[in-house]
Ligand binder design. Structure first.
Ligand code: E4P
Length: 246
């Protein structure tokens, strides 16, 4: 009887791609960028650090541009899973399914983001039975994540920052979900740690076992910089110039 870790290893080694750009559970933690701003996406993509993109109605509204046009542009920049959410005002399963099919038709890498509600679960069930990838969003408990996984969600998005906002440690939720998914190797659903607001959150996501952290551009830049790195660059430049000039 294999121990838990060995069992998971056996399952993972049999893992096969579902379709290009959207893989089954991997052992690597990956980064998505959490924005609808194409300049930020292009910049992060050029750095080679992002494997996908997440958007939400607030991020799209902030850009003030046509939704489908923005999503299409993103698919031209990043070759990886791109989450586009159903309209915030669509609350019935039928409407979400219709919009979900339209979002999926934009590009093979599109993932349909659906809120965690009873109607949302119905939509996830139908869309995933059609081979459409889904991301269940606004997840705040391990039970919600488990339900989304059982409905067939490709991804679940637990929101760290919004839990921290109400004095509840968000990283503990990621740990719980990661443990539960580890306990049941038949679950292929991947954890996207969302509502990431700081570099510390990213470290916490990695420690807690998130498959993916979706990170705003500002936080990516904060992760890059360190005062000692910046200071070191200035000193190297000064020492080099003193002997060799520019
Ligand atoms: C992404 O999937 C989420 O919608 C996003 O990370 C939410 O972040 P916020 O809580 O900072 O708005």
């Amino acid at each position: 009887m294999p121990v838990m870790g060995q069992q998971n290893e056996a399952v993972r080694s049999q893992a096969i791609p579902l379709c290009k750009g959207i893989e089954r559970k991997e052992d690597n933690m990956r980064f998505f960028i959490d924005t609808a701003n194409v300049d930020e996406i292009r910049e992060a993509n050029d750095m080679g650090i992002i494997a996908g993109v997440t958007t939400n109605p607030s991020l799209i509204a902030k850009e003030g541009r046509d939704y489908a046009t923005v999503l299409k542009e993103i698919t031209d920049i990043v070759d990886g899973p791109i989450s586009g959410e159903v309209k915030a005002t669509t609350v019935d399963a039928e409407g979400m399914i219709k919009e979900g099919r339209e979002i999926a038709a934009l590009h093979k890498n599109m993932v349909v983001k659906i809120p965690m509600t009873a109607e949302g679960l119905k939509a996830i069930k139908t869309l995933s039975s059609e081979g459409i990838h889904t991301n269940c969003t606004l997840v705040f408990t391990a039970n919600q994540a488990l339900l989304a996984a059982r409905a067939g969600a490709t991804y679940v998005s637990p929101f760290l920052g919004r839990l921290d906002d109400i004095s509840t440690p968000g990283y503990e939720l990621i740990e719980e979900i990661a443990q539960i998914f580890e306990n049941y190797p038949d679950i292929d659903t991947q954890i996207i740690a969302a509502s990431v607001r700081s570099p510390l959150h990213v470290t916490q996501c990695a420690m807690a076992g998130a498959d993916i952290a979706t990170v705003p551009y500002k936080v990516i830049m904060q992760m890059i910089h360190h005062p000692l790195t910046d200071e070191g660059i200035v000193k190297f430049q000064k020492d080099y110039r003193a002997v060799f000039g520019d």
